[in-house]
Design a protein around this ligand. Sequence first.
Ligand code: VG1
Ligand code: CO
Length: 567
Amino acid sequence: METNPIPILTIQTTPFDDQRPGTNGLRKKTAVFESKKNYLQNYVQSLLSSIDLRDRQGCTMVVGSDGRYFSRAATEVIVQMAAANGIGRLVIGHNGILSTPAVSCIIRKIKAIGGIILTASHSPGGPGGDFGIKFNVANGGPSPDTVMERIHQVSRTLEEYAICPDLHIDLSRLGRHDFDLENKFKPFRVEIVDSVEIYLNMLRGIFDFGAIKSLLTGPKQLKIRIDAMNGVMGPYVRKILCDELGAPANSAVNCVPLEDFGGQHPNPNPAFAASLVDSMKGGEFGFGAAFDADGDRYMIIGENGFFVSPSDSLAVMAANLSCIPYFSQRGIRGFARSMPTSTAIDRVAKAMKVALYETPTGWRFFGNLMDSGRCSFCGEESFGTGSDHIRDKDGLWSVLVWLSILAVRKQGVEEIVRDHWAKMGRNYFCRFDYEGVDSRAAYYLMRDLEAVITDKAFTTQKFSVGNNIYSVEKADNFEYIDPVDGSVSRKQGLRIIFTDSSRIIFRLSGSGAGTGATIRIYAESYERDPERHNRETQVVLGPLIAIALKISNIHERTGCRGPNVIT
Ligand code: VG1
Ligand code: CO
């Protein structure tokens, strides 16, 4: 216990008009948080003020980061401001490190009121990179729109914030630390916890660790290669996959969290995890995976570099959940996917006779479905899958799902995926990202395109490209009514659905750091015939992409010659 009580100060400030959280938290260039006076403090105060005073007094919150540059300094500010704002206890990961799924797990386990995660997810870090603040609420999931709106409203008129600048903590010292604050009866408590332990304990109750261990160590040992991309997942991969499940230490690469992720994009897709894809092509490994910086996204690569698209991964997992004790014991209540995610899982839902929910992009929309027992398993095309074990997407959990399936089915990744296509048909899928587009150009493009596709004439439109003819069946701006609370989310993406069930979708990204807009175009088409499951995705989807480019005029209107990234 400190001897002199620590003073609480009130500091005058002026509001910022750009502190509206996006798809998942507030993201800006690191320099904005680091160098704009009070930018971080204002946002943290807005976030804390958004919690009702009665709930806030004496409550517990979780704090973690993906280890990116500026996280330590920001964690200290959050501790000082949480103390000054009446939070009773903070649980923080060792050295500030916690993955997004670990934060979700800990919030639920200790019944915290919420958690703050310092991360810009899959975006680069460092002084020239991005920084971000996610806020997960009491169910463990990303804040719903109502909470984000409240934070934004507070931030617009904020005039002061409360802070204890003399309160200093050592993030490397595990255990409890109590601090006496001026005018407070109860000490403020900080608990530094092991970054992995609580999360690992949860996984032990979900999977058959014995079966995975035999797969990774037995006589017919499956050789794996796991790339933590220099993000938060290093300690998790080492402790869980190597120490606990027996994978050799050299199966895990890039496992030391670096402040700038080694200058790389910590984004697990074939473009940015190219070195993993390359090493898988060598044929030495039977299973490969990579994670994003905060550990909620993952990518699966099979033997010889076979890429499993996230939408396929979602569908294959859904069809094989009985390989996991958690699901074989509890049964499956329903599935959910975000709107742009391919409809492959819809076919699985139909075959299994379970409900399928289609939500807008962003994990927060799955929360109510899971809390109300409607949904057990869900995912997004952006390399995220999860279940009701927590309320966020979970990269390592997804990898363990795959390993469990491999252990039970005794087949390889490619064999399992091809078998799935043979049974259910294949949904070819791809996404084009146009980044750094002028925000106004992006806005007008979407506005004009909406007018075109929602015009009555469009519903009878036919497009012929080469030998293909596509007839529009339905086109709209996607709208979601939450079946639990009845809330309506409008304008969630432009959808064009054709009579052969192919789809083209356009939406604006909501997760950028504010340097221009990103337009995403998603294309999907279904192929039942197993003879035609071996085609190149870009070739199959070429005609749909051509239609998308034509009706949006995207190249002319944005000055882009093509997408920055194709996945
Ligand atoms: C992107 C993805 C979305 C994901 C979100 C957060 O959003 O498309 O599926 O939920 O990032 O991911 P947007 O609005 O840019 O398309 V993470 O790993 O930051 O939590
Ligand atoms: Co992420």
